[in-house]
Design a protein. Structure first.
Length: 673
């Protein structure tokens, strides 16, 4: 974290100059003196760490009452942030709860300056200086975090810290997520920092592109000389800052207000796009490979570019291939390029404007260019992503033939290694495509729940029984499908009223009263409106998205689970074990499945339609597991209450009530037996 330090002032003199007594945190490890710097979520103090004998920043959250779930959530999230190690991310040293005050805290490295204080003195006047010193380090930190399923959610100048040597550190990664369970009453809208936070709600659909917006907003803010406190002012300022036009276009796309999908999906994608805007540098290469041109290639260049001689064509080709990439050319009958006489196949060379087919000469000392095909900029980038950066200079003359032959052989070996690595890359791409589709499905469900948030107006209410109300609707309710939907009536003064729809008619609505109400039925207004309450569904979808990210990025209990789902054939095989079955009516297929399951494979899926005895199978596996491990704890989950009730009833009966079971559910849910 940041703050101004006086040159030559030691810790002891700082303590003596302050008026208040020092405060001790975490059993005396951290000594705090002086006023905090207030933030939107917590107070930040400069402290002295008596263990490391150095200054640290301590972020202290409010001491609100918590439970075991909150404590575990805080522990897991802070551990994930401590594991986020990158040269441009602030290091977290410690976290926990102070025994005396009950306050949650995070201790991290102390950084001297904030970008906000730098900008208060002077804004950056051109893109190159800003991007090299601030922009690229911030973007690389975000890209690193995004690939590890961590979003920042609050990019702004005060969260960009700068060491005295100029090293940039991004702080407060994921702090807003910790806020969600420490201070659940605070919404993201209340917490957002304008104009750096995008306008859309953070429902999980565009979590990483929110950081893309924040980065672009930070960049425009750092380069503009006019005040930018609103989104409109920010977009207008993007047209006035001193940046190359392609950079301006990209920044404005990152600042898309109406449609977040127009932005790059994450910081890694944005970093690649900025890389494409930089002029290509010609790197010095350790060796050379001889090339020669066929008449066909010369003819193409003469026709396309108007080159008049073979010498001009050679000079163009050498310049064109100065930063070439190369790969295997698929050998397809009837296409340009054919396998070389050497038997090593044709190669594909990607230049700036053309892609070339190259055959290895009979003596294996040259690459013979047999075809040249023009490319668009998009095609060029696509081909480069799929090919290897050529490690040698490609020249028509001036290289020893025997050295060229050796370098061609080395190039073939490197291509073999590259092809093997590409198989791994393709697998990762396949994995990400599957999980992205999965996430898109959850996002679609989130959108569907949002569409269900509707108002149902009523003109009268009647108490049918102690637990049931009937509402007379103000207008005919044409849309059905609301049975079992949760509803609420918002009452600002006395608290909200909650219920669940039992039945729907055209002009009446019957609602079962929730046990969690603090409002009596007779306190409800005679007319008003009910709102379909999607809070439970939203919470369930958020949990699914969190679980999906944990599986996808190896943060589940089984770190390999994500890979097993994509490639089930990689699950290590197990040898079935001998089993003395408890239930005699189990058929052979189920016995085989139980023998294999009790061998404890890393992942096992058993599929069967309704009525095939899954309850029998589940109860047998639970009892067999407890027979082997009496202290084991087993979690059973299901999408339906009936399935769980049936399984627990069977387990209880077979164990003669010796199994201690805890049924997790809402008290007011009468679907639980």
């Amino acid at each position: 974290m940041s703050g101004d330090t006086s040159n030559g002032t030691t810790f002891r003199s700082t303590i003596s100059l302050a008026g208040a007594s020092p405060r001790f945190l975490s059993n005396g490890r951290y000594v705090i003196k002086g006023a905090p710097r207030r933030g939107g979520l917590a107070s930040v103090f400069k402290a002295y760490d008596t263990q490391s004998e150095s200054h640290v920043a301590v972020k202290i959250f409010r001491a609100d009452p918590t439970d075991e779930v909150v404590e575990e959530s805080f522990r897991r999230e802070t551990q994930a942030l401590r594991d986020l190690r990158h040269p441009n991310i602030v290091n977290i040293f410690d976290c926990g709860v102070d025994d005396e005050t009950g306050e949650h805290f995070i201790a991290m490295e102390w950084v001297e300056n904030e970008l906000s204080s730098v900008l208060d003195r002077k804004r950056y006047d051109e893109w190159g200086n800003y991007f090299a010193s601030i922009g690229r380090p911030v973007l690389e930190a975000l890209a690193f975090a995004h690939t590890r399923a961590t979003a920042h959610r609050d990019i702004k100048p005060s969260n960009i810290l700068i060491h005295l040597d100029g090293t940039v550190r991004v702080c407060d990664f994921g702090i807003s997520k910790i806020r969600d369970f420490l201070e659940p009453g605070i919404t993201l809208a209340q917490y957002a920092s304008m104009p750096f936070a995008p306008p859309e709600l953070d429902d999980g659909s565009f979590t990483y592109s929110r950081d893309v917006f924040g980065f672009a907003a930070l960049s425009v803010f750092s380069l503009c000389t006019t005040p930018c406190s609103t989104h409109a002012a920010l977009v207008a300022a993007a047209d006035t800052i001193s940046v190359p036009e392609p950079v301006r276009v990209l920044l404005k796309r990152c600042l898309a207000l109406e449609n977040p999908a127009e932005r790059p999906s994450d910081a890694a994608s944005l970093l690649i796009e900025f890389g494409r805007l930089e002029p290509r540098r010609v790197e010095e290469k350790p060796g050379t490979v001889l090339i020669s041109l066929t008449k066909k290639v010369n003819s193409v260049l003469e026709f396309d570019i108007g080159l008049r001689s073979d010498a001009e064509c050679v000079r163009f080709i050498e310049s064109e291939l100065a930063n070439a990439s190369c790969g295997r050319q698929p050998a397809i009958a009837g296409t340009e390029g054919r396998p070389a006489a050497s038997g090593k196949g044709a190669l594909r060379l990607i230049g700036e404007k053309y892609r070339y087919i190259a055959a290895i000469s009979d003596n294996e000392q040259k690459l013979v260019l047999t075809a040249a095909v023009g490319m668009t900029a998009f095609q060029s980038e696509k081909y480069r992503e799929e090919t290897l950066q050529c490690p040698f200079r490609l020249v028509a003359a001036g290289a020893a033939a025997h050295l060229s032959e050796h370098n061609i052989a080395t190039l073939i070996e490197k291509l073999d290694e590259f092809d093997a690595e590409q198989k791994v890359v393709l697998l990762q791409q396949r994995k990400h495509r599957m999980y992205r589709t999965w996430l898109d499905l959850l996002s679609a469900k989130t959108e569907l729940e949002r569409m269900r948030e509707r108002r149902i107006y009523y003109s009268g209410v009647e108490l049918l029984s102690a637990f049931v109300l009937q509402f007379d609707l103000s207008s005919t309710l044409a849309d059905q499908g609301l049975e079992e939907a949760d509803v609420k009536i918002v009452l600002p003064e006395s608290g909200d009223f909650f219920g669940q729809i039992v039945s729907v008619a055209q002009d009446t609505l019957v609602v079962r009263i929730s046990d969690r109400n603090k409002v009596a039925p007779d306190e409800l207004p005679e007319h008003g409106h009910l709102v379909v309450d999607t809070a439970k569904a939203d919470a369930a979808l958020d949990k699914q998205k969190t679980a999906l990210d944990a599986v996808r990025y190896g943060r589940a209990v089984n770190a390999s689970l994500g890979d097993y789902i994509v490639e089930p054939e990689t699950v290590p095989a197990c040898v079935p074990v001998d089993v003395d079955f408890i239930q005699s009516e189990i058929d052979d297929d189920k016995k085989d499945a139980i023998r294999l399951a009790l061998a404890e494979p890393a992942l096992m899926v058993i599929q069967g339609p309704p009525g095939t005895g899954k309850t029998t199978l589940i109860s047998e596996m639970v009892l067999q597991t407890l027979r082997r491990q009496p202290s084991a704890r087993i979690l059973l989950t299901s999408q339906t209450h009936v399935a769980l009730d049936n399984s627990l009833e069977r387990i209880s009966k077979l164990s003669e009530d010796s199994v201690r079971a805890v049924r997790i559910g809402h008290d007011d849910d009468d679907r639980i037996s």
